[in-house]
Design a protein around this ligand. Structure first.
Ligand code: SAM
Length: 184
């Protein structure tokens, strides 16, 4: 956990439709609330590649990232009107208790996850709110993404959610990534 933080000089790796090979818009959207009343957070939003994909379906997305340089890249690309850029850490979220109706995190769980970060996520999500995580798996082939020894697998990710009091709806391994859907 917290092995490293993504190097902003490598942002070209966060662009391009080949990313949908490992995580699609549809699998992120499926568990999330939709419509103008839904406010969600994208934890570790980077340059907003997936934030942009989800923005048309919800009222507001808070794009949270530790590194202002990532938000700068996002601003250069153009930030949708209903996306709010937040600079901050996953273990000190800038939201009130029960403030959000959902959370999403792509390819970031291995960088951002600690027990305090899981408690924070539980604090800011309302009861029943979904969290969906897709990240590189330690159980993967290692053909793309960070080194295997920097990753979690679905079983470990599941434990993080369970220890923070979430109900697990789905925990699956694929060829290179895992997906967790949990409910607060
Ligand atoms: C590999 S990038 C993925 C970005 C984006 N989710 C995507 O799929 O395109 C990981 C991002 O998480 C951010 N990050 C890492 N640790 C974090 C933490 N503890 N809190 C918030 N953001 C964090 C990094 O700055 C980086 O922008």
């Amino acid at each position: 956990m917290g092995f490293h933080t993504f190097d902003p000089d490598q942002v070209d790796r966060l662009r391009g439709s080949d990313r949908f090979r490992f995580c699609s818009r549809e699998e992120l959207l499926e568990p999330l609330p939709r419509g103008s009343d839904a406010a969600i957070v994208d934890l570790g939003s980077g340059i907003g590649f997936y934030t942009d994909e989800l923005a048309p379906f919800v009222g507001r997305i808070h794009a949270l990232d530790l590194q202002p340089a990532m938000h700068e890249h996002y601003r250069e690309r153009g930030v949708p009107d209903n996306v709010v850029l937040e600079t901050g850490a996953a273990d000190a979220l800038p939201f009130k208790d029960d403030a959000l109706q959902g959370a999403v995190s792509t390819m970031t769980f291995h960088e951002s996850t600690t027990e305090p970060a899981m408690s924070e996520l539980a604090r800011v999500l309302g009861t029943g709110a979904p969290a969906v995580v897709v990240d590189w798996s330690r159980d993967g082939r290692g053909e793309a993404g960070p080194p295997l020894d920097e990753r979690f697998d679905a079983a470990r990710a599941r434990e993080f959610f369970e220890e923070a009091g979430f109900e697990i709806r789905l925990a699956s391994e694929r060829s290179e990534t895992f997906r967790i859907v949990a409910r607060r």
